[in-house]
Design a binder for this molecule. Structure first.
Ligand code: SF4
Length: 362
């Protein structure tokens, strides 16, 4: 027996007893699919019955007021589902004379019906061979074929969709889809699957290799780290030309070895005097009674890197003429022209450009 025959045999003997499976009426299948989109079966069942009692067919739903539909939906959340349900009932009543379109393409055009629901309706209600692909089906097929590449990558998604559409039984597409859903939900579960009672266990690559618990692999969506940078444009005049203070980034971090303006990084937006006096340059200015008061508006830029979002604040601090003390380490006074020749993060380059005229007019 091949994959499909084993699966269908298992389904016939083990299928879950769900009320919408007693019928091939598109209205009931659609209603159950929409209710179950973000809801567990146990909770969804009561709503399915309540909706059918109050709106036994699509015309009854189309004739209802939106308020009535929303009130019946209360407690299920994601209210756009209820609004779309009502909108689509009216569209089907008006545009299709109360009958659902019988093909995937037209179903997909209805509001609130995505590829999964369109495939479920097309296959279960109209016997069209369109495979439903969701987390359950993806997990079963990724394990069965031993796919260790991330299943949330487009290439792998397409591969799984193609495989499902090749495996689907063209005579019994609805049953195939429901069998896949049930196998994923009850046997090939997330975490530890029940391989010992799985109808596919003989040929399942993940099972044979003993890697069923690490599949499906997903690329993690790394949370972006938010950082707050305060840069100080400290500048003076030495009698001949204007100078500004640079800092070389030497730590193991972004922009290593590039040049920037003296920086204080803080855990949040706020910059306090207590933090400022921990910085060697600002501490020196404060000790020398130099007012560290920004001139003009503090400039703010957001800058997104691969895993970081930078909130950068720039403070323009003019210093008295001929005040350019030596600082140890990474800090140096340079002319604007010399600074322009140094490698800088784009963020700094954008900011300093605002001051080109000021520096070049000496
Ligand atoms: S054998 Fe195990 S891992 Fe493979 S499909 Fe069946 S339940 Fe899933």
């Amino acid at each position: 027996m091949n994959f499909t025959s084993r699966l269908l045999k298992w389904y016939n003997e083990n299928k879950r007893d769900l009320p919408w499976r007693e019928s091939r009426e598109p209205y009931k299948i659609w209603l159950s699919e929409i209710i179950l989109q973000q809801t567990r079966i146990v909770q969804g069942l009561a709503y399915y019955h309540r909706f059918l009692d109050k709106f036994p067919d699509i015309q009854a739903l189309a004739d209802a007021s939106e308020d009535d539909v929303l009130s019946l939906w209360q407690g299920l959340g994601y209210y756009s589902r209820a609004r779309n349900l009502h909108y689509t009932a009216r569209e089907i009543a008006e545009r299709y004379g109360g009958k659902f379109p019988d093909n995937y393409k037209d179903l997909l055009e209805l509001k609130g019906i995505g590829p999964y629901t369109a495939a479920a309706l097309a296959s279960i209600a109209f016997n069209k061979p369109h495979a439903t692909i969701d987390g359950n089906v993806t997990r079963v097929l990724a394990r069965y074929f031993g796919i260790t590449d991330p299943v949330n990558e487009t290439k792998i998604k397409n591969q799984i969709s193609e495989a499902a559409n090749e495996l689907i039984d063209p005579q019994l597409p609805g049953m195939f889809n429901q069998a896949m859903m049930d196998l994923g939900a009850t046997i090939c579960k997330p975490g530890k699957p029940s391989c010992n009672i799985c109808p596919l266990n003989n040929e399942c690559v993940a099972r044979v290799k003993g890697i069923e618990e690490i599949i499906p692999v997903k690329t993690s969506k790394v949370k972006q780290r938010e950082r707050f940078f305060h840069f100080f444009l400290l500048h003076t005049h030495n009698g001949n030309e204007r100078l500004l203070l640079t800092e070389k980034r030497e730590q193991n971090d972004i922009w290593k070895n590039l040049y920037q303006l003296p920086l204080i990084e803080t855990p949040g937006v706020e910059l306090t005097k207590k933090v400022m006096i921990q910085h060697p340059v600002l501490d020196r200015l404060i000790s020398d009674n130099i007012p560290v008061i920004p001139e003009g508006r503090v400039q703010h830029y957001s800058h997104v890197l691969t895993h970081q979002r930078l909130q950068a604040f720039f403070y323009n601090i003019p210093l008295p003429s001929d005040y350019y003390p030596n600082f140890d380490g990474a800090y140096n006074w340079v002319t604007f022209g010399a600074f322009q020749k140094l490698g800088k993060p784009i963020l700094i380059a954008r900011f300093i450009e605002i001051f080109r005229d000021f520096f070049e007019n000496k």
